[in-house]
Design a protein around this ligand. Structure first.
Ligand SMILES: [Zn+2]
Length: 306
């Protein structure tokens, strides 16, 4: 389920220690103290986990079972002379034992970054400028440009207010914040927890992935929930999937995404997947079947208890 579990486990452990306050990874301008997180996390999670598991797992197993097994075995026993060919077939049968799919590299458009799944430090991609100083992963730059152009053509006034952020930027900002606390006499550990409440922990901001963009309406240039009521934002939400984007943090999904409702943050996943996610009204985490902390990491209550 998590091929980069080594990195993720370590990062998840840090994240848990850093705890609650870092949920504003893409919101450098918001007052973090204002963020309220629904306390009923534990009530919501189990249901969703079950639903996702049910739909996800069978497909993988079925494919493998279909391609392998019975026929191969019979051929081997009936015609032992054609040794060479059968050896090849036998090999194809074996992967059944080892769960190969889990080791497969995650496609770039499906990489999950959230408080429980940080961005790997060696993650690399190319950037393309979309507007002004704002850049995004080159592989979805044209889609984003078209998304904005069509929104404008429909009579609206969208503009980008945040896109790609470098890992170094995030590390610099976070370390600076940690130092401000250690200089006041806090231990390194205490300082990190306090810092995480004000500056996003490096690797947990989807903006570092290069696939996220914050778009606002010119008539309401603020990162608040009222943004959802603007004609521009309504158009963006209704049409984003056609360009491969999803509204990443829908209302009421904080226990799953770890991020507050953001009616301005869009993330690229590709047209087909975006259409499925937006049509079903689910989150990216639900689509992937990756909800909450991976493996043995305890409960989300530890994360979201502020
Ligand atoms: Zn954002």
């Amino acid at each position: 389920m998590n091929k980069k579990s080594g990195i993720k486990k370590a990062a998840a452990a840090i994240l848990l220690a850093l705890a609650a306050g870092m949920l504003t990874s893409c919101l450098p301008y918001l007052n973090i103290d204002e963020i309220t997180l629904p306390p009923e996390t534990s009530g919501i999670t189990p249901e969703i986990t079950t639903a996702v598991e049910t739909t996800a797992s069978p497909e993988v197993t079925t494919e493998e079972e279909t391609t392998s097994a019975p026929e191969t075995t019979e051929e081997v026993t009936t015609e032992p002379e054609t040794t060479v060919e059968e050896t090849t077939e036998e090999i194809t049968t074996e992967p059944e034992t080892t769960p190969e799919p889990e080791v497969t590299e995650t496609p770039w458009n499906l990489v999950l970054v959230n408080p429980w799944y940080p961005l790997p430090e060696d993650y690399e991609f190319e950037l393309t400028t979309v507007t002004g100083k704002y850049k995004i992963d080159s592989r979805c730059a044209d889609a984003l440009k078209q998304f904005l152009a069509d929104c404008k053509a429909a009579g609206h006034t969208p503009y980008i207010c945040s896109a790609y952020r470098t890992w170094d930027d995030q590390v610099y900002l976070f370390d600076k914040k940690v130092k401000s606390f250690t200089s006041k006499g806090y231990s390194e550990e205490e300082a990190k927890i306090l810092a995480a409440k004000e500056t996003a922990v490096p690797g947990t901001s989807e903006h570092q992935l290069g696939l996220a963009v914050d778009i606002l309406c010119q008539s309401r240039p603020w990162l608040d929930e009222g943004q959802a009521n603007t004609a521009t934002q309504k158009w963006l939400m209704a049409n984003c999937h056609k360009y491969g984007f999803i509204l990443r943090y829908p209302k009421g999904t904080t226990p799953i995404t770890g991020i507050i409702y953001e009616p301005w943050h869009y993330r690229y996943v590709g047209v087909e997947i975006a259409t499925e996610i937006m049509t079903k009204g689910i989150t990216f985490e639900e689509y992937l079947g990756l909800i909450g902390a991976p493996e043995e990491t305890t409960s989300e209550e530890t994360m979201i208890n502020e």
